[in-house]
Design a protein around this ligand. Structure first.
Ligand code: BG6
Length: 469
């Protein structure tokens, strides 16, 4: 496959505050739920993001590397508790100054910032009050977003309210591997709802300021596919799509929940008394300007057979052979294609998913601008005897996904940017530091030295060769 993307396309990489910043208690920052979890007894593996890739102190070096790598954008997130360290709502000037410096550095290096307001780390005090499950969550989140919009205004051209609300909710309230480590389907549904409301309330604050910036949400659409075309499989596919995607993307883009969602949830025994008409009104009037899509793989489903509702991630790596997946009682469960390759964390490698996803968005939502806000390949890796990291497998992965992306744009999909996950190696939630995604290697044993991997140079050349003049 050949082809180029249109001029003006955003090419970059992505990261998130807790995973790359470090400086967890520096500069007046307050404690987040991840600080609390990682420092507590439930963190059985013992890894923390206390130092991570130390972006907090080394952002200048990292942003310079991005420029040298031919990037014109960077996706990063703001740590809520760096801006508002405690429940008083008092703004931390040092936190604001840090992000102002990062933004200045981006500007001076020709890097367009794409900034996420919530990438999994909420204040510890809010977590103690029930976190996402507490109905006050959406108001607290909107208050924080208002501060960010007022402080940074048009300095940030692309704002993302929330990263992967459902994935976060499934890990936190179903699998229970993310804080607050709960397994409760009723609470899970309420959390997903609260996050939809929180997104809309944040957008309402954004619109009040009449900024020239744009606001979006980041979702991870695992395009839901089936291996058999029967009526039962098609029902499972629709239910999988509701569960994985549509209860985030429909309200965010169309301003309403899918019509079949609430009846199905009630049929499954969920008490929906938390749904309030005033929330639905806010959702209806506050939709996004663009959609961010994290794209790693597709979701293969089949009709429900047995088992309780759960999500089974692989946070073990090569030591765990089971395929990551879902069971949603009465709705669907994960299917496996034995013929496709899987990575060491048992995730299916299926490059065409980016094309199928973009085509699906075009069909369901028309021309809404889309950015691929994450796409990447995890590897165990270390430098060779020459000190080089030859990640040919990652290059193959990125190349194959990008070819499908270019094809989709050439066929009329409104995809406007691409971010490889991740900028540097960083903390992988629960997995720790052996699971690496970066285009830049971090030598954790030698003063966090940055070593651009082979993929970093490959990406620089790919950008040059595949962008229209
Ligand atoms: C996405 C998240 O779900 O996947 C990132 O937005 C995350 O924060 C990435 O790091 C990869 O996940 P993991 O668990 O393999 O590190």
């Amino acid at each position: 496959m050949d082809g180029k993307v249109k001029k003006g396309f955003l090419w970059g990489t992505a990261s998130a505050a807790y995973q790359c910043e470090g400086g967890w208690n520096e500069g007046g920052k307050g404690e987040s739920n991840w600080d609390q979890f990682c420092h507590g007894p439930k963190n059985v593996k013992g890894y923390t993001g206390d130092v991570a890739a130390d972006f907090y102190h080394r952002y200048k070096e990292d942003i310079r590397l991005l420029k040298e790598g031919g990037h014109n954008t960077l996706r990063f997130s703001i740590s809520w508790t760096r801006i508002l360290p405690d429940q008083s709502g008092k703004v931390n000037p040092e936190g604001v100054a840090f992000y102002k410096d990062v933004l200045k550095e981006c500007r001076e290096n020709g890097i367009t910032p794409n900034v996420t307001l919530l990438h999994y780390d909420i204040p510890a005090w809010l977590e103690d009050l029930g976190g996402y499950a507490n109905p006050i969550f959406s108001d607290e989140f909107a208050k924080y977003c208002k501060v960010v919009f007022e402080q940074f205004g048009n300095e940030i051209p692309l704002y993302v309210t929330i990263n992967e609300s459902t994935h976060n909710a499934y890990c936190s309230y179903l699998t229970g591997n993310y804080p607050p480590n709960i397994h409760n389907v009723q609470t899970l549904v309420q959390v997903c709802y609260n996050l939809v409301v929180a997104n809309a309330k944040a957008i309402r604050e954004f619109r009040k300021l009449n900024l020239t910036s744009q606001v979006g949400i980041v979702h991870t659409t695992n395009t839901v596919q089936i291996l058999k075309d029967t009526p039962e499989y098609r029902i499972a596919q629709r239910r999988g799509d509701l569960f994985k995607n549509k209860w985030v993307t429909d309200p965010a883009i169309l301003g309403k929940f899918p019509e079949d969602l609430f009846p199905l949830l009630e049929e499954s025994g969920i008490d929906l008394s938390f749904v309030k008409p005033e929330d639905l009104d806010i959702i209806a009037h506050n939709t996004i300007d663009f959609l961010g899509q994290n794209c790693y793989t597709r979701a293969l489903v089949k009709p429900y057979e047995s088992g309780e509702t759960n999500y089974y991630p692989n946070n073990v790596g090569a030591g765990q052979k089971t395929i990551e997946g879902y069971t949603v009682k009465g709705w669907f469960q994960t299917d496996v294609d034995p013929n496709t390759p899987k990575n060491a964390w048992s995730r299916e490698i299926y490059p065409k998913t980016v094309y199928d996803m973009l085509m699906g968005i075009k069909k369901d939502y028309g021309d809404i601008p889309v950015y691929i806000t994450e796409n990447g390949h995890a590897l165990y890796e270390e430098p060779d005897e020459n000190g080089e990291v030859n990640d040919d497998e990652r290059i193959e992965f990125l190349k194959s996904y990008l070819e499908w992306l270019i094809k989709a744009q050439n066929e009329g999909c409104n995809v406007k940017g691409y971010y490889a996950w991740s900028t540097t190696d960083c903390y992988s939630w629960i997995n720790g530091y052996q699971k690496r995604y970066g285009l830049i290697y971090i030598d954790y044993d030698h003063d966090l030295k940055r070593i651009p991997k082979k993929s970093y140079y490959w990406y620089r050349d790919f950008i040059k060769e595949h962008t229209e003049d």
